[in-house]
Write a new protein. Structure first.
Length: 338
């Protein structure tokens, strides 16, 4: 129904406007008695065999929603009705910011892809915290970043602010230094500044009564040498894992007319590269840390390839937009037959 009726209708309109409309629609529908229960009965598979335990957390199933979809933690309770095992909110910054000028979100229908240059648009971490206080048992990841106006030499303070504000309200943290849409952000992936940032957050973590897992989200455009640096950094800082990968700046092999738009590319064209990064990290590190695989998961086969490459959990975003919630159920059903 989604792919043949709802998606064609939504794809007639501007993608960012449709995103906000969809949020309003899901929120409205989920207020109707019994409908949330119906959604869960259709899409949610509850089976002990799907549970995963990583960095001290128990995930009901290994398929999560990637950051960027519910940036401001406005809809995580409702979205959990579609079968996700966990939901990552953000990227959040200390201060609210509008993000980049519109138009900044583009569908590449011929490529089953999206280009975005949103620019960490969000209402600020403190607004999100108020919404997270209404969590009804959803396992939440908090994806954190820096404000656009904050110079890189002061970026650590932005991450600390977000970390401390969210600490009591999320289950794990994701350090985002890999978005291509904030000027110079990716420079923080260099070994020295990244090590400093992660060590600072580890220190903040150690000062808490209990600790929360800290993961690093990396770009798919890193060289093998840079990926080896990531493995060294994870070992040195002893963070809990890596999310591979964010969007790409590559445009190789695209067919769509708007393929040259500036921004990060997600969706099917990213699938092979993100899987390559997962495999490289897993093999070169001797699987010494957990990996959440994300990037171009549109089919059950895509999901299985990432798990076979070394991913422990999965996240979808563009695949959710193109394939609908049935994709989550199909992946979990396939996992039960492995």
């Amino acid at each position: 129904m989604y792919k043949f009726l709802i998606r064609p209708l939504f794809f007639l309109f501007d993608p960012e406007k449709v995103h906000h409309f969809t949020f309003s629609l899901i929120r409205f529908v989920c207020k109707i008695p019994l409908l949330p229960s119906i959604f869960r009965s259709v899409y949610l598979i509850e089976d002990k065999r799907l549970e995963r335990e990583l960095f001290g957390l128990k995930f009901k199933n290994p398929v999560g929603l990637a950051a960027g979809f519910d940036k401001d933690a406005k809809l995580y309770n409702e979205l959990s009705n579609f079968g996700f095992g966990f939901i990552e909110i953000g990227t959040l910054t200390p201060k609210p910011q509008e993000g980049n000028p519109k138009k900044r979100l583009f569908r590449l229908k011929e490529d089953s892809a999206i280009i975005n240059r949103m620019g960490f648009n969000n209402g600020g971490v403190h607004e999100a915290v108020e919404r997270l206080k209404r969590n009804k048992g959803v396992l939440i990841g908090g994806n954190i970043g820096k404000n656009k106006v904050t110079p890189n030499k002061e970026a650590v303070e932005d991450y600390k602010i977000c970390f401390n504000a969210l600490f009591d309200h999320v289950d794990y943290f994701v350090v985002n230094v890999s978005s291509p849409n904030t000027p110079n952000l990716r420079a923080l992936q260099d070994k020295e500044p990244l090590t400093e940032l992660l060590m600072t957050l580890k220190k903040e973590n150690s000062n808490k009564t209990t600790q929360k897992p800290i993961l690093l989200k990396i770009a798919p455009d890193l060289t093998e040498e840079q990926l080896l640096d990531i493995i060294d950094i994870v070992s040195e800082t002893r963070i809990d894992g890596v999310i591979a990968t964010n969007t790409t700046i590559s445009r190789e092999g695209l067919q769509s007319a708007n393929k040259s738009e500036v921004g990060g590319l997600s969706g099917m064209p990213l699938s092979n590269r993100s899987t390559e990064v997962i495999r490289f990290l897993s093999e070169k590190s001797n699987k010494s840390f957990p990996i959440i695989g994300v990037g171009g998961i549109h089919t059950v086969q895509d999901a299985m390839e990432k798990l076979e490459a070394g991913a422990d959990l999965l996240q979808i975003y563009t695949g959710f937009v193109y394939e609908g919630p049935k994709l989550i159920k199909d992946i979990n059903k396939a996992l039960l037959t492995r």
